[in-house]
Design a protein around this ligand. Structure first.
Ligand SMILES: Nc1ncnc2c1ncn2[C@@H]1O[C@H](COP(=O)(O)OP(=O)(O)OP(=O)(O)O)[C@@H](O)[C@H]1O
Ligand SMILES: [Mg+2]
Length: 454
């Protein structure tokens, strides 16, 4: 764009009105061209690209509807705002139906024009940025279904295809919802075994005995309820990949059996008498501290080393905030058919949240917002309260031990911190500082004297 604020074409046959619009918009630093009738306007649209066209409806030669049709035909990205004479609501509605962005009633208020134009151009810029982002999501910042532009994710994008080629075991660590299962699927889909089975087993989902027969199969009669011979998931995954999720939850008794499969590829079904040999790529994952499980004796150290030949770690979302806009964009186009956008204010709130539930939480919040809002643009209003009120990180507060603690003192300290922070931010201007903290001036002043802050 030659002019950052936008190029506007004003089409209006009444000279005084045309001039008022031109001067007003030039004051706002838009680049303005004007035409005195529809025909002249259309000629200009053929020769140049405008961000926005404001056109009167009733004009000699070609009317506003003709202009609107031509813009849609020649330059569909250009926004059209119609000026309608007072009391002609039908034509305004008709104009919107035919694709006008908005309309302004004549006589108009100057502020109204300013606002409508600004909003229209802001939205246009937003959707252009989004389009760019969308393209980037498609190519640079995506591996399979994993989205990310942060250095840590880009590093993973380099490592994953390489690791996928090998048959080494991979241990994926990371907080809940950070994308461990997604990475395991990518490892399978990019591997030479991609056409073989990819089996996911959640080790926490089965009671001890059942997990063993689930993984390794059983013979008829080997335990009550074993009515038939049944192949285990390791057999079904033969030639492909098995993903053992929540590996820390695997009981010790089973861990030795798993170790044996990893060492020589053989196991026995529950109640079976002969060894079965398989060739399976094993990927495991945990959101717990597996080393702690090793040192506390609930996880075999030798198994840990066997599983952890290639360690991959997914950083929590709060440590890669630059991924948030891309993820939002990705989920918005996943959940909303009408390609919703997000306002800069709302984006700021998303960026500042701590996302304890990581990408899963972000995904769920966006799904809910899309479901509940029929607006084209998501604003702070649409964001659930628990996210807007960025919570104090309870982990950074003194722990509540058996001795108890002085809660009021702690809360007072937090309050004091915020009062000082707000004053610093506003260079000591109390009225502004009070506003920042959403306090009345009186209440703010009261608190300052309570804590003796000067
Ligand atoms: N980088 C990402 N790009 C796109 N979607 C993602 C990304 N990371 C996670 N997701 C999505 O977030 C959700 C949670 O991811 P996933 O199930 O892989 O997390 P997890 O680490 O396995 O969590 P848990 O420990 O709770 O099992 C899924 O819907 C997944 O598609
Ligand atoms: Mg998972």
């Amino acid at each position: 764009m030659e002019n950052i604020k936008g190029k506007i074409l004003v089409i209006e046959d009444e000279k005084s009105m045309r001039e008022v619009l031109r001067i007003l918009l030039e004051e706002e630093e838009y680049n303005v061209t004007s035409a005195s009738d529809g025909k002249e306007g259309i000629e200009l649209i053929k020769k140049d690209i405008f961000d926005l066209v404001i056109t009167d409806i009733k004009m000699p030669k070609a009317d506003g509807f003709e202009v609107l049709r031509k813009v849609k035909e020649i330059s569909p990205d250009t926004i059209v705002i119609m000026i309608t004479a007072f009391g002609t609501t039908e034509s305004a509605i008709e104009a919107m139906k035919q694709g006008a962005y908005d309309y302004i009633n004549k006589p108009f208020k100057i502020d109204e024009i300013r606002l409508v134009v600004k909003k229209a151009l802001d939205n246009k810029k937003l959707s252009e940025e989004l389009l760019l982002l969308r393209e980037k999501v498609q190519v640079t910042f995506r591996l399979e279904n994993i989205i990310g532009k942060s250095a840590k994710m880009q590093e993973l994008f380099k490592v994953i295809p390489r690791v996928a080629q090998s048959s080494s075991t991979v241990l994926i660590t990371g907080e809940s919802g950070s994308g461990k299962e997604l990475v395991s699927a990518a490892l399978h889909n990019l591997s030479p075994q991609k056409n073989k089975n990819f089996i996911t087993v959640n080790c926490a989902a089965f009671p001890e005995g059942l997990l063993e027969s689930e993984l390794f199969g059983h013979m008829k009669g080997s335990f009550t309820g074993a009515l038939y011979n049944k192949a285990g998931l390791f057999e079904i995954a033969d030639g492909g990949t098995i993903f053992l999720d929540e590996i820390c939850e695997m009981p010790l008794s089973l861990q030795s059996k798993l170790l044996r499969v990893l060492e020589n590829g053989t196991f026995r079904r529950v109640g079976g008498t002969s060894d079965i040999k398989v060739d399976v790529r094993v990927i495991s994952a945990t959101n717990r501290d597996i080393l702690e499980a090793v040192s506390s004796g609930t996880f075999r150290e030798d198994l840990y080393y066997r599983l952890n030949v290639v360690p991959l770690n997914l950083p929590p979302l709060r440590e890669r905030k630059e991924d948030i806009p891309l993820l939002i964009e990705h989920f918005l186009s996943k959940f909303s058919a009408d390609n919703k956008m997000i306002s800069p204010d709302a984006m700021r709130i998303f960026m500042n949240n701590s996302w304890k539930g990581n990408v899963r939480e972000l995904e769920n919040v966006l799904e809910r917002i899309v479901l509940l809002s029929d607006k084209e643009i998501i604003t702070p209003q649409d964001i659930p309260d628990e996210i807007k009120m960025a919570k104090y990180d309870i982990k950074s507060l003194p722990d509540l031990t058996d001795e108890g603690l002085d809660m009021e003192k702690i809360i007072e300290n937090i309050e004091k911190d915020y009062l000082i922070k707000a004053l610093e931010k506003t260079n000591g201007v109390k009225i502004e500082a009070a506003k920042l903290l959403k306090l009345s001036f009186r209440s703010f002043r009261h608190r300052l004297s309570k804590y003796g802050i000067k």
